[in-house]
Design a protein around this ligand. Sequence first.
Ligand code: KMH
Ligand code: ZN
Length: 273
Amino acid sequence: MEKLIITSCICGAEVTKEHNPAVPYTAEETIQEAKSAYDAGASIIHLHVRWDDGTPTQDKARFQAVADGIREACPGIILQVSTGGAVGMSDFERLQSTEILPVPEMASLDCGTLNFGGNDIFINTDDTIDHFGDVLKERGIKPECEVFDKGMIDLALKSAAKGHIDSPMHFNFVLGVQMAATIRDLVFMATSIPAGSTWTATGIGKGCWDIAAATIGMGGHVRVGFEDNVYMAKGVLAKSNGQMVERVVQLAGLMNRGIASPEEARRILGLAG
Ligand code: KMH
Ligand code: ZN
């Protein structure tokens, strides 16, 4: 089995300090949270940014400032910028995160439309997927196909077949937003992607730790962080993203699976480096 790549999604766009006071808003807080995850063993930071009052933004200058700080604090880290942003943002706004320099090595590519947080609609039509795929390809950024249910694997493969996404593809199965966070569905997803693809899984909320443990055993890679979950256990808030990454490292250790360094993650994911 390959070593385990840990991605930390340190702040997201929707979670707030009301959910957990440790959720970062300012550039300094966000950089500090990235460092806590990196020091604990994360090799990829999935990055959203906020204005100081917590409002999500895809503003290029804000992304640049936070990315510069993270790269300085976390030498060698792989930056995966979000192109999802927050519900309701335009495609133009969402893609600004890909314009930072040096060009980020990875970006999320959301592969379908879904109910988000209950009653919001997160829109990703076929044209959006194809267009985002083209932009990432042009900029030499590896997409992480965000898959919130099974049909989204099919939409990603449809876009790839039209030439908008290159192989080998990398997927992130997000369980607990649209599809439920069950190990049955995780197995279904992991066995429904082309041979040679790599995959990460994300359990939202209380599904976080079951999905992480199952994924470690199945040979996938794990994402944890405040974007997905703010608790270590029922009623026990995580103190930092680093604390959540530490638990994944402990689980992997108990299961005899090594942790990938950023360099090893680049090799596993086929990033240019
Ligand atoms: N904030 C969500 C609407 C991504 O980063 O690409 C979208 C999201 C996925 O977080
Ligand atoms: Zn995200």
